[in-house]
Design a protein around this ligand. Structure first.
Ligand SMILES: Cc1cc2nc3c(=O)[nH]c(=O)nc-3n(C[C@H](O)[C@H](O)[C@H](O)COP(=O)(O)OP(=O)(O)OC[C@H]3O[C@@H](n4cnc5c(N)ncnc54)[C@H](O)[C@@H]3O)c2cc1C
Length: 262
């Protein structure tokens, strides 16, 4: 048998787990260990987000984001169907509440069409039929956007990795990767292991680990915090599916939105 290739993936969020699975599927020789500092997967961004399956409507045509988002949606839905992960392709509306927002709404429609995403401008009457509590001058309906339980996606990936003989270790906080030896060494308070390759998928801490390991990434992670409120039971019908504003192009956020959870 070929000599195994030992790979350490730092971080048990959706990026680390997906990276580990993609490597595991590439060759049987890979022996993968995911090191996660918490005691379960997806306890940070991956399990605390809006749970939206984005369609790729917003992104600049031809960009990596546009391609990965449209491909990723298809792959994610296939994964959910195969592994019984709760999800729903419920569609979404992006609502312009003022006429000044219309040029950017139309730009999003043009981008969506160029990216191969089904999307259609709708008038206030049709908006009311889809989302009776929403008001706007015009909206973009994106039927293939949806919702998913990303924590369940990550737990399914964790189990698949274990089934394939890889390891997901918890309570394993990495401090740095020492690249000075023949092979890199991953170190932490209770960790000292060598690997043939290390992949840093530590989410919002990825740049810190890179710097502590002697790398000089020419980027800085600027985290932003999402605040979520839950509608009371009697107010739940204010939102049937996904209602988004037209994002302000000055900011890298999609704006305050209403979502349904799986
Ligand atoms: C408010 C908000 C809403 C969002 N909504 C959506 C949405 O609706 N749809 C969507 O597709 N995307 C959404 N996103 C983006 C999405 O959540 C992230 O892109 C994705 O979860 C990033 O995954 P990750 O694995 O890189 O990071 P994380 O999920 O943060 O995973 C990183 C992991 O690394 C671990 N880690 C960190 N440091 C160490 C260390 N030193 N040693 C060991 N382990 C370590 C952490 O404990 C964590 O588990 C949203 C993001 C935010 C902030």
């Amino acid at each position: 048998m070929d000599t195994p290739i030992r790979v350490v993936v730092i971080g048990g969020g959706i990026v680390g787990l997906s990276t580990a699975r993609a490597l595991g599927e590439r060759a049987e020789r890979y022996r993968i260990t995911v090191l996660e500092k918490e005691d379960e997967v997806a306890l940070h961004q991956s399990g605390r987000n809006s749970g939206v399956l984005h369609s790729g409507v917003y992104y600049v045509p031809g960009s990596l984001k546009a391609r990965l988002c449209t491909d990723g949606l298809r792959q994610m839905v296939d994964f959910c169907l195969e592994h019984s992960v709760p999800h729903d392709i419920c569609g979404k509306v992006i609502v312009a509440t003022k006429t000044t927002e219309l040029p950017y709404l139309h730009e999003i429609q043009a981008r969506g069409e160029a990216n191969g995403v089904r999307c259609r401008l709708i008038d206030p009457e049709e908006l009311s039929r889809l989302e009776p509590a929403a008001r706007g001058v015009q909206a973009l309906h994106v039927p293939d956007a949806g919702i998913v339980d990303y924590s369940a996606v990550c737990r399914a990936q964790r189990d698949l990795l274990s089934d394939d003989g890889h390891e997901v270790a918890f309570g394993a906080e990495v401090e740095l990767v020492d690249p000075s030896g023949r092979t890199p060494r991953v170190r932490g308070e209770d960790i000292d292991m060598s690997a043939d390759a290390v992949v840093n998928c530590a989410g919002l801490h990825a740049d810190r680990i890179a710097r502590a390991s002697g790398a000089e990434p020419d980027m800085l992670i600027v985290p932003f915090r999402g605040i979520f409120y839950e509608l009371r039971e009697e107010a739940r019908d204010l939102c049937r599916n996904l209602i988004y504003p037209v994002p302000d192009p000055e900011y890298p956020f999609l704006g305050v939105h209403l979502t349904r959870r799986t």
